[in-house]
Every structure is written in C-alpha cells, then in structure tokens.
Design a protein around this ligand. Sequence first.
Ligand SMILES: [Zn+2]
Length: 488
Amino acid sequence: MKRIAVAGFLHESNTFQTRPTDRSAFAAQTLVFGDAWLNEWRQAHHEVAGFFDVLEEHGVHAAPIFLGWATPGGPVADAWFEEVANYLTQRLGSGVYDGCLLALHGAMVTPRWPDADAELLRRIRRAVGRDFPLAVTFDLHGNLPSTLPELCSMVVAYRTNPHVDQRQCGQRAARLLLRQLRGEVHPFAAISKPPVIISLARQDTSEPPLRPFFEDLHRLEQQPTVLAVSFLLGFPYADVPHMGPAFLAVTDGDRALAEKIVADLSARLWEHREALQADLPDASQAVRQALAAQRTPVILVDFGDNVGGGSAADGTVLLAELLRQGASESVVCLYDPQAVQECERAGLGATVHLRVGGKTDQLHGEPVAVTGQVRRLHHGTYEELEARHGGLRVQRMGPTALLELPQRNWLVLTSLRHPPFSLGQLTCLGLEPRRLRIIVVKGAIAWKAAYLPIAGTVIGVDTPGVTPARVTRLHYRHVPPLYPLQSP
Ligand SMILES: [Zn+2]
C-alpha cells in the first residue's frame, strides 16, 4: 500500500508589521509534530481535511507528520523556520513515503528568506530527489516566485476569496497526486506574473473584474491535457522581490499549452489594472455614512487594520471616530491583553476606566480612553462549523472581555489577535450581530463569508495601517516595478 505524508506549514507574513511571528505564535494556534492534530482538523473546512477525504476514499495510507498555523503577522522567526524545515526534510527524506501532500500559504517570509515557502520546497526537493511526487496547495494570497514550478510536481491554489473552497482545493491536489503516482500523468507547470498589484478591496472573487477569470479557470481545465490552472491574487503587504499575482498552469506534459494559458491570462489581467485599484472614503466620511444608513447592521470595513492580513488588531481609528460622532449600538473588537487583565481584575459588572488599543505601533491610531461596564469574561475559544475563510474549526481569541460603553456601544477586548472570520467572535459573548447598528470588521474581504449574510449596508474604509486598501500608502524597497507603484 502507498504511504503519503501529509503536512502543513502555513503563514502569511506582513513585512510592514514589526512584531515577528515566533514559535509561540504558532503554539497559541496550531503547532503539532506527528499526528495529534487530526482530531481538530479532520472535520475542518481546510485543505488538509481535503487531503484525507481523497486518500481515505482511495484506500491510500495517509501519514500526518506536522501541522503549523499561526495568525497572519510579522515575518516568521528564522530559528523557528529552521526547526520546522529540518524536521520536514528529515521526515520526508527518510525514504518511507511514496509521495507528499503539503499545505503552504505561499506568502511566508523570514528575515533571511523572503521566499520562505520556496526555500522550504528547495530543501525538501534536495532531500527527496527530483522525481518524488510532491503536491502543494497554496492560499489565494501566495506570492510565488517564478522558480516555483521546478520545486513541486503539482500545484493547486484556492479559488475563492473569502476562502470557502479550501477543502475542495485539498481534494483536487490529492486526486492529481494519486494520478501522478499511478503514472497516468506527467505534470509540467508554467507560471506567469503580471506586473500589477491587486488592491485587497478588489479581491472579491465573486465580483468583477476578477469573477470572469475564475470562471475561465474551470473552462480551461476542461481541455484533456490541462490538469490544473490557478490564479493567485498575491499579498501586497510583503515587500519582497516576487510580490504580486501569479497564474499557474499544470498540463500533462504539454509545455507549449501551459505557457500559452498563463501568458494569455496575464495579458488579460493587465488590461484591468485600473479597475484593480481602490478608492474608499476616510474614517470620518465613512462613519457619517454609517450613521445615516437606513439598512442595518452597517459593516464598517477597517482595511488598514486587517488582522487576517497581519495587522496590529488594535487600531483605534474607527472606534475614536464612532465615539466622536455619537454612534450607538456599535461593536468594535480590539486586541488588548492588558485591558483584558484589567477587566478580569475588576470583575464582572464592575465599571472600568481604560485606555484601549493603539499600543502595538504608531500606525493604527492612539489609545482611546473609555469608561464602561464589564459584561462578560470568556476563555475566548469557540467553534465554527460552517465553511469560513481560513478553514479553522476551533477559533482562539484568548481570554476575552466584553465591555459595554455608554449608548450601548460594545467593545470586545481579546488577548490574541483575532480576525473577523466567524460570527462566533460576537455570539459566544452573547451579542446578537443582527441587532447591532454598526459592526466594525478589521479585514478586507475574508469577513464576508460570515458577516455578509447579516449585513444591511457595507462601507469600506480607507483607514491607515500596515494593510491599507491603497497600496501607494506603503513604502516598498524590494518590489520590482508594479502598477500602480510604477508602471513597468
Ligand atoms: Zn488568503
């Protein structure tokens, strides 16, 4: 019986975020050597669960060897990257596996390795040899270098943003790996990188201009020699030489076809370069619009503090503006472990005077002075059973406090940075999202899977921070000429 190693080492690294992501940041979320992660992840809407779906269906022995996932944040510490890379190369190079299914993000950066995912694959390739079947899945936000196709035998990326197709992505990769193992196909991969940045505000795959591209990926795969076509949107918050979108086509040995597919798609994307940029109102305009909106809840999208893009999660620009303009029945979530401790010390029902948020850096607003009552203290772990962005079943925000401010405004204070991927972050505290007037989500697109079904009005906000909607707000040093930074 064939033995397939299954592993995942996933991180989206924001190089504008100064706090590094070390071993402890993985340990706070998911970090398991061996197979003890299966209980939590086997039923998750994640690509690793998709791997197991197909391997089990085909009676192939699946050997889980490692899973590491941390909330997007600053670059991954080199020492921790080395530890994982050494472990994976040793295990995979041991000769006991016939192939490997590996889940990567594609936008991992360490101080030493701007292309950490590719560096990991280079090392694995050296350990296992050129012909070892190695199928890799990537997040839609991977920044892939042009050398990527040489490093793995099969590449498949998610196709939706919000990412609700992760499990299917894993299934596709596993099916293709099995075909390669049976000798049915001999994959050839081509890559093309269009010289444009896609603003996060334009990265909804269900809307134009991106939607027709994703519809075409399915159409292209109908050709008999085409195995997989992927469109990675890129992650603009990494100042690395290979930052930007990529098209990848894997064919059954048809080099000319693979190269033509990616070249055509790249040329088409370039035609849309202006429509791929964002123009959003600032915080003061956006809050005014929110207060005047008839259809509630109003979702105010805090682009500059996009936690799922690695930001501080304690940005106060919208909180300060909501309080200044006299909002009521709003909710804002902030990462502030110090404030949580103060609430815990004060106890349930107590009135506290706090300075919240704005503590990580100088880019996301000042701490805001608030007075409120502690309404809930919670351990901060909850479950999400639906397919939601990120594919996590168990969500961890760390010890959490719910504070009620005057005019029924609410503050959710968390001890871990927590992205708005699930309504559970509010409902586990007893808040009813539908009954609120204004909900601030610290994100770009990912929040939509959970919050769009209950939204009355959506207003994207051009807030400052390390994840701005307008990439021209950032100072890049290492990227090549890319529109709109410079015309190539
Ligand atoms: Zn992503």
